[in-house]
Write a protein that binds this ligand. Structure first.
Ligand code: DX5
Ligand code: ZN
Length: 223
């Protein structure tokens, strides 16, 4: 495992109370979150619809934490400038959603923003080989994108291990993020496999515990 300080936790607001979004975000910041993860869905790339740049802008006003925007939208290049303008610190696009991935990645970099590429569960690690030298973050989806609260796909852990090996070879400083079904049961194996940036939705925002306790519980497993 890596040094505990190098692990980052990014609560996803997808399962938060949208009527009290600013409170939820401030609770995450007070509880020691390292970033806020924002799931943008277009009803095309995934079946769900969430929100656009206006909400990102509102979240920007509610926190000083980095905003990590995950675009689950078809042809994301059409929107990246809007999200950067809204206050995104990093923008992640899906490899499966854009025909000209290298161009879209370059576009985000040129906007002065950190850039990530996400892979769906069925997309092989090897298919990202050519884009790895150009990105700041790789996101391995550990559920099929679209909804919070889904069950972790067990084969993801070995996929993370294989992606870490490829990154060691081609882009060792790149962040390796996981998203979907991350909780106290799954996080330590993912960390051991080489993930260092954890998106956590329902294991942080849930009726069972406070945001701060839930974050502390996850950290406790990583230490
Ligand atoms: C799923 C989203 C995730 C989601 C994670 O499509 O990308 O960020 O909110 O939620 P949990 O942690 O509940 O699986
Ligand atoms: Zn996400």
């Amino acid at each position: 495992m890596r040094k505990a300080q190098s692990y980052r936790l990014a609560p996803s607001i997808l399962t938060a109370d949208f009527g009290r979004l600013a409170d939820a975000i401030q609770a995450a910041q007070a509880g020691g979150a390292d970033a806020i993860h924002l799931d943008v869905m277009d009803g095309m790339f995934v079946r769900n619809l969430t929100f656009g740049p206006m909400v990102v802008e509102a979240v920007r006003r509610a926190t000083t934490l980095p905003l990590d925007v995950h675009l689950m939208v078809q042809e994301p290049g059409r929107y990246v400038a809007d999200f950067v303008r809204a206050g995104a610190d990093s923008v992640t696009v899906h490899e499966e959603a854009t025909l000209h991935l290298n161009r879209t990645v370059q576009q985000i970099t040129d906007l002065g923003c950190q850039v990530g590429v996400a892979l769906n569960p069925a997309t092989p690690v090897e298919s990202a080989r050519e884009i790895l030298p150009f990105v700041d973050l790789i996101l391995i989806m550990t559920v099929n994108p679209g909804f919070g609260g889904q069950r972790f796909i067990e084969t993801s852990t070995s996929k993370v291990r294989r992606m870490r090996r490829l990154l060691d070879e081609l882009n060792p400083t790149c962040a390796l993020q996981v998203d979907g079904g991350v909780n106290r049961e799954t996080i330590s194996d993912l960390a051991a496999a080489g993930a260092d940036f954890f998106v956590v939705g329902s294991a942080v925002f849930n009726p069972q515990g406070s945001v701060a306790d839930n974050l502390a519980g996850l950290r406790a497993v990583l230490y």
